[in-house]
Ligand binder design. Structure first.
Ligand code: GUN
Length: 278
């Protein structure tokens, strides 16, 4: 039976530390502010944004929400970003993805001031991640590294397999594992013999976006399994990319959904926002 890697436990410790850093900044006359932009009516995005705002409040970060209608033009959105780039009370800018289809997401990301890019999605920050010298780390991969550290799980020399090659999770995850001296492989929808690859993993990160995609027969005995998925199954229940009930019998460590990676993603957003001021 695997030991649970609890994002709630690691988050609580980290958020306490962040709260103290915000207090210290406040004592020095500095406020910490995050602008959160949401465009349209995506219900999952609404839940994420509400959770992010609530987490800000809990640690003393001021959050400023900009909820824009679905029909907002790219020009209007870029004009808001230009205004927030200049706004001194705004230290971090987060534009919740996905954006409506008529807006070019990369163009939006490219227009956020890299020093306020708390998602670390801007090419400037992505480049720094490649080099291994950075201010901001993308929140989900950074949160996963914090969890591994908290549970004393060493990456050095380990075979790490990441399923998923998104710019938000898969690619930066691979870079962070590599920086910690893991032997890293990225698998994706075109990978041949995926099961052969995943069975070689000491550390397996699933960022696929498909409910119960990783089954027990794909996991090596004693592997560490990290589940980035956030899906609804046929009964409407929240579940990850990993079939938890069966994989927990094979893995040595596993993250649950909910209560695993999710809370850490938000915690690392808070970390980046405070770092933007510090
Ligand atoms: N949509 C899903 N995850 C994220 C994230 O980490 N940041 C932003 N901005 N949008 C997202």
């Amino acid at each position: 039976m695997a030991e649970i890697i609890s994002g709630k436990v690691v988050s609580a410790a980290k958020r306490e530390e962040i709260k103290n850093r915000v207090k210290q900044l406040n004592a020095n006359g500095k406020q910490v502010g995050l602008a959160v932009i949401i465009v349209g009516n995506n219900s999952a995005s609404r839940v994420y944004v509400n959770n992010k705002k609530k987490a800000c409040e809990e640690v003393g970060i001021n959050s400023y929400e900009y909820a824009l209608p679905e029909e907002t033009t790219q020009e209007e959105l870029l004009s808001l970003i230009a205004q927030l780039n200049k706004d001194e009370k705004v230290n971090g800018i987060l534009c919740q993805l996905p954006l409506p289809g008529h807006i070019d997401e990369q163009a939006v990301i490219n227009n956020i001031d890299p020093s306020k890019d708390v998602d670390a999605f801007h090419p400037f920050n992505v480049g720094h991640i490649m080099i291994g010298d950075y201010t901001f780390l993308p929140c989900t991969p950074a949160g996963i590294m914090e969890m591994l550290k908290f549970y004393n799980i060493s990456v050095k020399g380990k075979k790490c397999v990441v399923i998923g090659r998104s710019n938000i999770v898969g690619k930066p995850m691979a870079m962070l594992l590599l920086k910690e001296n893991g032997t890293v492989e990225i698998c994706h929808s075109r990978t041949e013999n995926l099961k052969t690859e995943t069975l070689s993993a000491d550390i397996l990160v699933a960022a696929v976006g498909k409910a119960d995609f990783v089954t027990a027969d794909m996991v090596k005995e004693g592997a560490v399994v990290i589940d980035v998925g956030m899906n609804r199954n046929a009964d409407g229940k929240l579940c990850g990319d990993v079939c938890y009930a069966e994989v927990e019998k094979v893995a040595s460590f596993i993250t649950p959904v909910p209560g695993g990676v999710g809370p850490m993603t938000i915690t690392m957003l808070l970390e980046n926002t405070v770092r933007a001021v510090e």
